[in-house]
Design a protein around this ligand. Sequence first.
Ligand SMILES: [Zn+2]
Length: 219
Amino acid sequence: MSVTTRRDGDARPAEWTAAPPSPGGTGRPWAASLAWTFVRQVHGNRVAVVDAPAGPIELDADALVSGAAATPLAVLGADCALVGLASPQGPVGAVHAGWRGALAGVLERTVDAMRALGASEIVAVLGPCIHAECYEFGERELDRVAGRYGDSVRSTTAGGRPALDLPMLVERSLERAGVAPPEQIAGCTACDDRWYSHRARGDRERHALVVWREERARP
Ligand SMILES: [Zn+2]
């Protein structure tokens, strides 16, 4: 799995010219495939199962799972959490989780969908997203999220204002689903301009996290 950066350009399929952006370099297999499946994110908890490569295509969902090899799953972001999930049993998943989707349980539902496809061990990677120091958050909404996921999601901005710790919300959601904390956590979209940020810079472009199952499943 890999994440595009600002240098790769706008990852939205309508903005592709001849080829998809090439996270990790043009030699990577997903760079040669046009068959990316995207979500037309609805900020809810809908998970779509992708049976075969097709695309570029957008499905109305917030997360994608697939048990098929060579089927690039992509989610787009510019502050929201992008989470890649993989399993040695084969199934992979890609999740777009803003706070609303996370509160609606999109991560737990995606893990469930991967288990239904045969995944018993699941590892997670958290792509770039807005981090607490830059994510001032309304107290009422913060109470709602903390009411469900616990006070560890509460934080403060660099300026001392109430903030949501989105990476922690992802971690708590994965924990509920029985998945260990992300093995890698990328930086903050708002204070690192390698990525796009809607909040910090009003960017309309999006970077993508793409998940691709290269290997055959372990027998
Ligand atoms: Zn930041």
